[in-house]
Each structure stands twice: as C-alpha cells, then as structure tokens.
Design a protein. Structure first.
Length: 352
C-alpha cells in the first residue's frame, strides 16, 4: 500500500491525520513540530509519542525526505546535493556557508521551460513542478546537514526552475518554512527570484506575508533581453518594472535586481547607464553576477576589470550595486549551473 507522506502537510492536514487515528488534536502539533522544527526523520525518533501510536503512524504514513543521490563539497565549503524527486527526475540544492549566515539555495521545478540563453537549467528539457513537500524537503535536508545551527539561516528560491510558474506549491512551501510552530524561518530571510512572470509578481503582491523579491533583469534594453531571456517577449522590461513598482515593500526593504554580466552582450558602460536610468524610480539594489561559464552555454563572462567598470558606472549613477562572489564553482554549484544530473567528478560522493 502506498503511504501518504507527512512532509509537506500543514498543521490542518496533520490535525485531520490525528482525528482519523482517533487521537487528540495536540498530537498533530507534536508531529508537526517533530517534522519541521526538530527535523526528525523517522517515527522512531519521536520520544514524545506513545509507541503504539508510532507504530500506527508508521503503518499508514511515511515521513520521507528526498533521496540524496550525490553530494559534492567545494573547497570553499559550499555543498551541492542532488535529489531524486521521482524515478529519473532530479533537482539540486546548494548549501552556502558564509561568515555570519548560512544560505540554502533550493529548487522549485525539475528543469525550467523558460530557456534563458545563459542558464544550464534552462537548457534541460522542461520537467515538472515540485510539490510543496519536495521543496521543503530540500530545505530540511540542508538545514539538518549544517549541524549545530549557530548561524542565521537564509533561504533563496534561486535553484532550478521558475518559482512563479509553480506558484501554489511555492507559496505553500513558503508558509511551511516560515510557520513559527515549524521551521520558523523569518519571511524576511527568504528570497524568491523570478525571471519576470508579471502575473505572478502581482499575485505575490497581494499575499499577506511575502518573501523578498529578486528579479533577474539581466539586460537594459528589450533588444538584448529578448535574446537572453525569451520571457521578455511576453513581458518586456517596461511591463516588468511596472509590476515591480506596484509591488508593496515593507519599510527598509528593496527589490533586488540580478544582472548576469555576459561578455560583449550586456556589459558596456552604456548598458550600466541605461540600467541606472531604468531603476531610478524604484527602491532597489543591484546584484551583479559575472556569468558562470559552462561548455554547453558557449558564452563567457566579461574580464574582471569590465565587471568592476560596470559596477563603478552604476555606483557613479547613485545605484547600490554589489558583485556576487561565485561560490562552489569547482563543483558546478554556482548560479545557473544546476543541471539536475549526476556528474560523478572529483570531490563528489554518491549519496550520503
Ligand atoms: N528562474 C529564476 C530563479 C532561478 S535562476 C530566475 O531566473 O530568477 C537564479 C539566478 O541565476 C538568476 O538570477 C539567473 O539570472 C542566474 N543565472 C542563470 N544562469 C547563470 C549563469 N550561467 N551564470 C550566472 N548566473 C546565472
Ligand atoms: Fe529558468 Fe531562471 Fe534559468 Fe531562466 S535563469 S532558464 S528562468 S532557471
């Protein structure tokens, strides 16, 4: 018999489970806290539940994270995990330790249908949406791996896939990850990155609690953006920035605009000035990402001095712009390189 997985259930659903088993309601809260707060991975690990109940739960419900089929550790401490979400379908998530915080970068879809020119994920055949439980399971796995949680936890929905094309499951996962009775990650520490799905941004704007918004702009003219990101032919720069203008921001919050610098395509001083003009009326910051190259992409990052020149031109125009340091380059864990397939190169261990 196929058992239902409790990972991905919210408290209401767990209350229904408790009721179906003829158990009092508070049992649901115990199970919920065990799964999402204490990161328990089997029914045996619930000392607060009577043995007989654990046996009944075990017979009817699974408590299953996702199988990890490969882990790679970078010399900078970044860790990439490859999960099998269903037979033959894989996603990757990346653990990025920093000085004062740990960041978990997790995936929302198998592959991505948007096909951006510079992105390895976008070169994969489009797969499927991940269920909320599959999104949360990545976060649980990476959070458990980091050992004693001394540093603050940040979660970025910037792995494989376009989160706003899997809206309902992503928002459900967001609610599970932020619920104070469970993982209790502050909504301010979760960032959703979109390629610019305008209706999704508008929908997110109406949510009572929202993640931070990051927008992959990547070009300062429609001509260039059309080439880099086919989605621009549906929602162009003007439409996208209008949606950003409508997006409500809490005090001291800003929209992050990501800008992948591609050598000879979008990296000129003129592009920087155009970008500054486009963003001038928005509360924003710019995150410059020198392209992470991959043989399958055939594009190159600009030379370092050109990256710095671009940044300086933005700063001169009054824009806050940082250059994102590539993490986990040696294990293909950097932005845009997640392919969702086993690689088996040096430093990689199968499974865990
Ligand atoms: N689909 C969403 C989120 C996943 S992509 C989005 O596009 O925003 C996460 C980030 O990686 C995006 O900002 C994207 O522009 C960037 N990216 C993609 N390919 C890259 C590459 N080869 N080098 C550097 N950044 C890349
Ligand atoms: Fe998809 Fe984002 Fe990659 Fe574009 S950059 S193909 S939207 S994952």
């Amino acid at each position: 018999m196929k058992t239902r997985n409790v990972v991905g259930m919210d408290l209401g659903e767990m209350e229904a489970v408790a009721a179906a088993l003829g158990e009092p309601r508070y049992r649901a809260r115990q199970i919920y806290a065990g799964v999402y707060r204490h990161l328990r991975r089997s029914w045996d690990a619930f000392p607060d539940l009577p043995k007989a109940l654990r046996a009944r739960l075990g017979a009817e419900f699974s408590l299953a994270w996702l199988p990890v089929v490969e882990t790679a550790v970078s010399r900078d401490g970044t860790r990439r995990s490859l999960f099998e979400v269903s037979p033959g379908a894989h996603v990757e998530a990346v653990f990025i330790p920093e000085e004062k915080r740990d960041t978990l970068c997790i995936s929302t879809q198998v592959g991505c249908a948007l096909g951006c020119l510079f992105c390895v994920t976008g070169r994969q055949p489009p797969g499927r949406n991940l269920a909320a439980g599959e999104i949360v399971a990545q976060a649980l796995t990476l959070a458990a791996d980091r050992g004693p949680a001394s540093r603050r936890l940040n979660i970025v929905l910037m792995g494989m896939g376009e989160p706003l094309l899997n809206y309902d499951n992503v928002l459900r996962a967001f609610r599970l990850m932020t619920d104070p009775g469970g993982m209790a990650v502050s909504p301010r520490r979760i960032t959703l990155s979109t390629a610019g799905v305008v209706p999704g941004i508008d929908r997110l704007a109406r949510e009572p609690v929202r993640p931070n918004l990051a927008v992959s702009l990547n070009a300062a003219t429609d001509e260039v953006r059309d080439r880099l990101m086919p989605i621009n032919r549906t929602w162009n720069i003007a439409a996208l920035l209008e949606a950003c203008r409508r997006f409500p921001l809490a005090e001291r919050r800003r929209i992050t605009f990501e800008y992948v610098l591609v050598g000879g395509m979008n990296d000129s001083p003129d592009d920087a000035r155009r970008l500054a003009r486009l963003l001038s009326t928005l509360r924003h910051k710019v995150n410059l990402i020198p392209l992470n190259p991959d043989p399958s992409i055939g594009l190159e990052p600009p030379p370092p001095e050109r990256v710095l020149g671009f940044q300086q031109a933005l700063v001169d125009a009054g824009i806050t712009a940082s250059v994102r340091r590539a993490r986990g380059e040696d294990i293909a864990a950097a932005c845009g390189l997640l392919a969702g397939r086993a690689r088996g190169e040096a430093g990689v261990t199968p499974g865990r």
